[in-house]
Design a protein around this ligand. Sequence first.
Ligand SMILES: *[C@@H]1O[C@H](CO)[C@@H](O)[C@H](O)[C@H]1NC(C)=O
Ligand SMILES: *[C@@H]1O[C@H](CO)[C@@H](O)[C@H](O)[C@H]1NC(C)=O
Length: 288
Amino acid sequence: MKSPVVYAFLGLLSAASAQLQQVQNFGPNSSGARMFVYAPSGLPANPAIVVGVHYCGGTAQGYYNGSPYKKLADQKKFVVIYPESPNSGGCWDVSSRATLKRDGGANSNSIANMVKYAIDKYKADASKVFVIGESSGGMMTNILAAAYPDLFAAAIVYSGVAAGCFFTDSVAGWNGSCSGGQVNSTPQRWAQWVYDAYPGYNDKRPRMQIYHGSADTTIAPANYNYEIQQWSTVFGYDPKKPQSEKTNTPDNGYTTQLFGNYLTGVYAQGVGHGVPAHGAEDMKFFGL
Ligand SMILES: *[C@@H]1O[C@H](CO)[C@@H](O)[C@H](O)[C@H]1NC(C)=O
Ligand SMILES: *[C@@H]1O[C@H](CO)[C@@H](O)[C@H](O)[C@H]1NC(C)=O
């Protein structure tokens, strides 16, 4: 038995430090994805939300511990949603017909429902909802941007693939021609995956930032070009002609290419799979 004094002390501790919490009832969840939230103390009346989507084999707790967003949430006072994959192997379903469609009932749909729940619960500023993901989570980030353009103001993809590139017509499949960079598609075909995710949508879309490493042997570097072709076509930019290019930015060996206000690419020379998160840069891109 703990004494009342110990209980009071534990109560004080938990009041002082917010923690990662699982949310059970966030709305329809036919794909079984799990929702975890980190809400730091001292949130403003209408906080921003950042969705942090983990890599294959990841968990919400692992991404919370291993990525910079918890610490940044403490500093800048925003809510972080950490969705967790229900699929064996911990990869996201970025390959089924259902996940590539708005309201298709698959993983992307569950994550969108988490976002809607959190906007309501935290009275969040709906114009400041952002998504970021690494690897499988980066693939999901492109899909969320395509299928739920009305939910997100900006999205950052680390070492992912274009929306639709991993299509296998099965749940959480592995598309070897995509990972190997052997998909021959036109820029228009890449853009079509975005249009098909939410047919008829013709309004504002999230600003996109795409990171990829030139030495990625898991998700071939050609995927950088596929993503740039996809989004530059959607936004009406020329995928071959960035408006500006900065070498050694934000790091040595990284080249930042600005295709227009809605699309920035960052190609990391010599960096392998899983370009490390650039938390401070991410905050700048989101305007947080
Ligand atoms: C979603 O499904 C997962 C796995 O079955 C479960 O843990 C979670 O509670 C569900 N959430 C909702 C809102 O149904
Ligand atoms: C892999 O995805 C591409 C589109 O990126 C598609 O054309 C191809 O059929 C897919 N492969 C499999 C085995 O489904």
